[in-house]
Unconditional design. Structure first.
Lengths: 517, 323
């Protein structure tokens, strides 16, 4: 009852702001109430019940009531725009694409708190990875706390049984990979007497952006190109305009010309990428390391007896002269931003950040990633093991964790256990794989080539992206397919420069100088 | 007659003069229940069709969601200028128009032909069976249609691609899904497969409405099947064809976004890019809402012009127009 004068004040405020809002849309919104935190978070399944065990446990830990608007992931970015345009921005909001024009514009117009210099006081929110902190900047500023992901996830997944049959070792160099692909194609690795296999499986990449974490980008970087953009002799250059790039293209083209890749490499849907691997048509995938886990699961469905003999993994490769460059990822997936409309004073911000700090603590990480210890899981050898997972109540908790609350994780999340527990994998092969995954990650991080342009945004790239992006992307595929000669490819690169590429580079470089990148 | 879209009242009256108009108030009072029933429809159109058009104003702004409709700066025709002078416009227009032309020539007549063929079937059970069968593709999503296309035409394991390859005596395999020259034929094939069955419904309804006496009279005059077809069946469904043609013309520039988007890849993008996919790239992927809206608005205006043009043309050719 002691809160009633505040309530009245809040009510009056609501009314007056509502009037102000109707007079001038986009200007107001109501102020946050100290006891409840409103949030918007992506959802991958069904929304957790606010009275459910998980929600209650998270509220208890946070010490606040949480009003969470769970929004299906498929429409999350769309909904984000709608929310940004409305007067009902929640206190705390997960922003999945913090480089999207609508978020950039909103942040610059003062919709969210600039947290660049504000996190030092909070032990769990203080950025642990300098690189992810830089990568998650929006035009030089951090408008939120990044949600951690592995900083290096690139890897090569191979058919282990094929390697064993042909007496081959996982690759260390680009030449090794070529030899393996050739052997997979020509030396009948499945032993059926027919030449019906190929080495590398390449899919059609859905994005028209040139730098899109696809296998081609990974191979480019192995050969020493910049990752998206890089400084050469004091000038910013794109990945596709350095001598190493042409080395990489000749390397990839050899695979295609000699039939060491799937014939439908230009059209295969990324959703069907695993199929040829599991069906025994192709034997190599260059992608993220978690794909090995997916493939373990696929093979397990097919044959639970032998599935652990089918998947091998290798890290990034060194190029012919022995130098090694590794392809990193951004180290984060979206940010958690705090609304300036709802959370108005420094004091209120401090209150919200303290709550988020609790969610990011060790205790919070375990809760958001694994669930309620001793209820839906227990700990064995440092791994989390599900308890009674057929019990309906446990199923609810597990679903709430896996498809909803894990999305609130800032210091631990999908693929990065952080201070939470890794889930137990049953077979020794999978345990070995998890260990190898972490080892490779740390090893390859030492040679990682980061994209220095990530914290900066180029106005031209945004405005002319629909025209600019496909130029080099399509030219590469056309060159590899033999539709373009190298000269014609270089002419396309020139067209990219002339259509706005030069301007993009200038803007990015100026931005990088400004932010000290 | 089912072919006649005009309400019976005017039809009866059209034999002589139109009846004198009633004063508005008397009309309102006399037909009050009819007018009352009209209200939900009007509200629907106002709310869901006309009100959202307010959003078109962002084509003339540099729209920022956070600033909203009233806060975003006005920029006049900037986005239209960018569109018309941009490097993509010519290609987009050509691809869109070319596909529209192919659709008009190949896809529009398909249901008419199928309906006429079905009409000639005399075994009722078989006719209904075939009818139901050819409706099925209409209910499949474009994603499934694309998957089927992939299974049939993939260079790796495509069934049809394999047949053609062995029939033409080997040689280099053709990647139908990736080569620009095969893009348009595939789009038309998919459209034919998916839409021609469903499209027969309206023509079959028209055909069912043909007065049997006309056929009888024609037979009495010694007309064979072919003559009956030319002089009874075809004239009977002509008004329906004209109305459908006018209605379709408004949508000619709308390619099915999903269909095109799924078939597009780096190798065939030069022929695949149409206004609909461009709007998606610009608006949804790049966040250029204003620019995308300008493109969409341009397309909408072109559609309206087409529909009025076709209506005018139909009237000039002595047919009854749509309005």
């Amino acid at each position: 009852m002691s809160a009633s004068p505040r309530r009245i004040l809040a009510g009056v405020l609501t009314l007056t702001t509502a009037l102000a809002v109707s007079a001038c849309a986009g200007g107001g919104g109501t102020e946050a109430d100290g006891n409840t935190l409103t949030m918007m978070v992506p959802l991958f399944g069904t929304a957790p019940d606010p009275k459910g065990e998980m929600h209650q446990a998270v509220e208890k830990l946070a010490g606040k009531k949480l009003a969470i608007t769970w929004t299906p992931n498929a429409e999350y970015n769309e909904k984000t725009n709608v929310v940004l345009a409305s007067d009902s921005i929640p206190d705390v909001m997960v922003i999945q694409d913090n480089k999207s024009p609508s978020f950039v514009q909103a942040a610059k117009a003062g919709a969210f708190w600039d947290l660049t210099d504000k996190l030092d006081k909070y032990p769990n929110l203080k950025p642990k990875s300098e690189q992810a902190w830089i990568n998650s900047k929006t035009d030089g500023r951090n408008y939120g706390i990044y949600r951690v992901r592995a900083l290096l996830r690139s890897a090569i997944v191979l058919r282990k049984d094929w390697l064993d049959k042909l007496d081959l070792e996982p690759p260390q160099t680009t030449d090794d990979l070529y030899e393996i692909a050739k052997a997979f194609t020509e030396r009948d690795p499945d032993g059926n007497g027919k030449k019906d296999t190929y080495g590398l499986i390449l899919p059609k990449w859905p994005s028209t952006n040139f730098s899109a974490s696809n296998p081609y980008n990974v191979i480019d970087v192995w050969f020493g190109t910049p990752n998206n953009y890089g400084m050469r002799d004091g000038k910013l250059v794109p990945e596709f305009d350095v001598p190493e790039f042409w080395e990489a293209q000749k390397y990839i083209k050899r695979f295609i010309d000699e039939g060491l890749v799937n014939p439908d490499w230009a059209t295969l849907d990324t959703g069907k990428w695993n199929d040829p691997f599991v069906q025994g048509k192709g034997g190599i995938i260059i992608d993220v390391n978690v794909r090995a886990g997916e493939l373990f699961d696929d093979f397990k469905e097919l044959d639970p007896e032998t599935y652990d003999e089918k998947v091998a993994m290798a890290g990034n490769l060194s190029r012919p002269d022995g130098k090694k460059f590794s392809y990193p990822f951004t180290g984060y997936n979206g940010i958690v931003a705090v609304s300036k409309q709802r959370v108005r004073t420094e004091q209120q911000l401090d209150d919200v950040l303290k709550t988020l700090d609790k969610l990011a603590s060790k205790e919070g990480s375990i809760l958001l990633n694994n669930g309620i210890e001793g209820r839906n899981f227990k700990v064995e050898d440092g791994y989390a093991v599900k308890v009674n997972d057929q019990d309906p109540a446990m199923k609810v908790i597990n679903n709430d964790v896996e498809f909803a609350f894990i999305q609130l994780g800032m210091t631990s999340s999908v693929g990065v256990a952080g201070e939470a527990y890794e889930w137990m994998r049953p077979s020794q092969a999978e345990k070995d794989w998890l260990k190898q995954r972490d080892e490779l990650m740390n090893l390859d991080l030492q040679t990682a080539v980061h994209d220095p342009s990530l914290p900066v945004i180029s106005e031209t790239a945004v405005q002319r992206g629909a025209t600019l992006n496909p130029i080099p992307t399509d030219a590469r595929i056309k060159y590899l397919a033999g539709d373009l000669t190298e000269e014609q490819f270089r002419a396309e690169v020139k067209r990219w420069y002339d259509s706005g590429g030069t301007q993009t580079l200038a803007e990015l470089q100026a931005g990088m100088v400004k932010t000290g990148g | 007659m089912a072919t006649d879209l005009a309400p019976p009242a005017t039809k009866a009256a059209s034999k002589d003069k139109r009846p004198d108009r009633l004063p508005v108030r008397t009309a309102l009072l006399r037909y009050r229940w009819l007018y009352l029933m009209l209200i939900p429809g009007l509200v629907y159109f106002a709310l869901f069709k006309y009100l959202p058009m307010y959003g078109l104003t962002i084509a003339f702004q540099d729209f920022v969601p956070f600033l909203g409709y009233s806060g975003s700066p006005w920029v006049g025709f900037k986005h239209f200028e960018n569109l018309f002078t941009g490097p993509d416009f010519g290609r987009l227009l050509f691809n869109t128009l070319f596909l529209a032309l192919l659709t008009a020539v190949f896809v529009f007549p398909a249901p008419i032909i199928v309906a006429l063929l079905l009409n000639e079937l005399r075994i009722g059970v078989y006719k209904r069976f075939v009818q139901s069968l050819i409706y099925i593709p209409h209910f499949l999503s474009w994603t499934i249609v694309f998957s089927l296309t992939y299974l049939l035409f993939s260079v790796d394991f495509g069934l049809v691609a394999g047949w053609i390859h062995s029939l033409t005596g080997g040689g280099a395999k053709v990647d139908y899904l990736a080569q620009p020259e095969w893009f348009r034929p595939l789009v038309i094939l998919q459209l034919l497969w998916k839409t021609s069955g469903w499209g027969t419904i309206i023509y079959l309804a028209a055909l069912a409405g043909v007065d049997p006496n006309l056929y009888e009279a024609a037979r009495m005059d010694g007309a064979g099947r072919r003559r009956q077809f030319w002089h009874v069946t075809l004239p009977a469904i002509r008004p329906t064809i004209v109305v459908m043609a006018i209605l379709t013309s408004g949508n000619l520039l709308d390619q099915s976004f999903e269909q095109i988007w799924l078939l597009t890849n780096s190798l065939n993008r030069s022929v695949a890019d149409v206004f609909d996919t461009f709007v998606y790239y610009v608006g949804v992927q790049q966040g250029g809402y204003s620019y995308a809206t300008a493109v969409g608005l341009f397309k909408g205006v072109a559609g309206v012009i087409l529909i009025f043009g076709c209506n005018w043309l139909a009237k000039r050719l002595g047919q009854r127009g749509l309005f």
